[in-house]
Design a protein around this ligand. Structure first.
Ligand SMILES: Cc1ncc(COP(=O)(O)O)c(C=O)c1O
Length: 397
């Protein structure tokens, strides 16, 4: 049996994989089992933000593996502690960190922390536990994070869902206001909805959310799992908005391909957790943390500036495609998190691009999603846009 047949026989059918068996990946490129080279404009869905197998990340992870891989969170592991310090310093004064293994776990931690804080800061009716989320959002695949996800297609067989997540419209402050009651404790939002079709929150909207948070004594939680860690041209996406949340969650590219999640909470609520309130065996794995420290060293102001320039160039090229093809309804996003919203299903474009050696993806059925590594060059962009142009040219207009 070949690798695809083995997968088909032995794996649960949860992933509809495309026709690519990866043999090797380096920087912005991937090679398949036949040696065919692909330009990767997806970066493992915003995971390998500084490119595949970055030399210093690989070196740091290998060095840590040689010393120890795991000691449990009963002890201190230096890479983990240093990473917490770095993430806190980059976030806001007094921020404290909990490290986990994935995005869903980072959000679970945020939800638990918000509920603990709502328990300690009740309204006249008692504990506050209700969290306002958004239609179209995506927060993970555990029961609680799926319950917080505003897309019905994920809920089907799961009911009953975890209670007390309610849904407002993104960029509509009135819809948020209407949902607030004595039990409301937090608002949880992706600054740019990723799985929901690459939909950025407007600056004014996030500022209004902040105002509401102040007036109603709520927590503001930003899920930056897909849009954080340099993807928008700033380290934290919230830096684009001049709005600091109480809690920010990260995962995906935090260790550039090794599993790691982080929940970073400000002074106002971080102290709500006390010893024993939360934990994880593998959370903040030392190898992942060593890799992450290497990632953070690379993502400095100069690096972000270069990626912002690449983003501007790519955006201009995509806007050019929009002028050319009426099937493109909108090009949207921020930095190197870009969506091309089509009037039709985008699967054929994705398949065409893959065949021509370009990896992209389609989310929410009609949005082509580009999440290239932040190291892409003008030459890469020209190459990707040429293939996209050809693909769109093959579509019925
Ligand atoms: C915004 C957002 N939150 C949470 C998650 C869940 O992360 P993970 O798959 O690491 O659990 C994702 C994954 O795509 C995401 O995009």
């Amino acid at each position: 049996m070949n690798i695809k047949q083995i997968e088909d026989k032995y794996f649960m059918h949860t992933y509809r994989r495309n026709n690519l068996v990866v043999r090797k990946a380096k920087n912005q490129f991937v090679w398949d089992e036949n040696g065919k080279k692909y330009l990767d404009f997806l970066a493992g869905i915003s995971v390998c933000n500084i490119g595949h197998c970055n030399d210093s990340v690989v070196k740091a992870a290998k060095a840590q593996l040689d010393v120890f891989a795991h000691v449990s969170n009963l002890h201190y592991a230096e890479p983990q502690i240093k990473l917490g310090e770095e993430l806190s310093k980059r976030a806001f004064p007094g921020a404290r960190v909990f490290l986990s293994n994935s995005g869903a776990e980072a959000n679970e931690c945020a939800i638990k922390l918000a509920r603990k804080w709502g328990f300690l800061n009740p309204s006249k009716k008692g504990s506050r536990y209700e969290i306002i989320c958004f239609h179209n959002s995506f927060h993970g695949r555990t029961i609680a994070t799926l319950s917080a996800t505003g897309q019905k297609k994920f809920h089907g067989y799961l009911k009953p869902l975890q209670e007390k997540f309610v849904f407002a419209e993104i960029n509509n402050i009135d819809s948020v206001n209407k949902l607030i009651n004595d039990r409301t404790v937090a608002v949880m939002v992706e600054p740019i909805q990723g799985e929901g079709g690459v939909i950025p929150a407007e600056k004014a909207f996030l500022k209004d959310l902040k105002k509401l948070r102040d007036e109603k004594n709520l927590l503001l939680i930003f899920d930056e799992i897909q849009c954080g860690i340099g993807r928008t041209g700033k380290f934290y996406a919230f830096e684009n908005y001049d709005v600091k949340p109480d809690i920010v969650t990260m995962a995906k590219s935090l260790a550039n391909g090794l599993p790691l999640g982080a929940t970073v909470a400000g002074k106002r609520c971080a102290g709500a957790f006390v010893y024993g309130d939360h934990g994880s065996t593998f959370g903040g794995n030392p190898v992942s943390c060593a890799a992450s420290l290497a990632v953070l060293k690379i993502i400095n102001a100069k690096f972000l500036n270069n990626s912002a320039k690449a983003a501007k160039y790519l955006r201009k090229k995509l806007d050019g495609l929009k002028e050319k093809y009426s099937v493109i309804k909108e090009v949207r996003g921020l930095g190197l998190m870009l969506g091309i919203n089509l009037a039709v299903n985008g699967k054929d474009v994705v398949d065409y691009c893959l065949d021509k050696g370009l990896i992209i993806n389609c989310t929410h059925d009609t949005t082509l999603r580009l999440l290239p590594p932040l190291i892409i060059t003008k030459k890469d962009i020209d190459c990707a846009v040429k293939i996209l142009d050809e693909a769109l040219n093959h579509m019925p207009n």
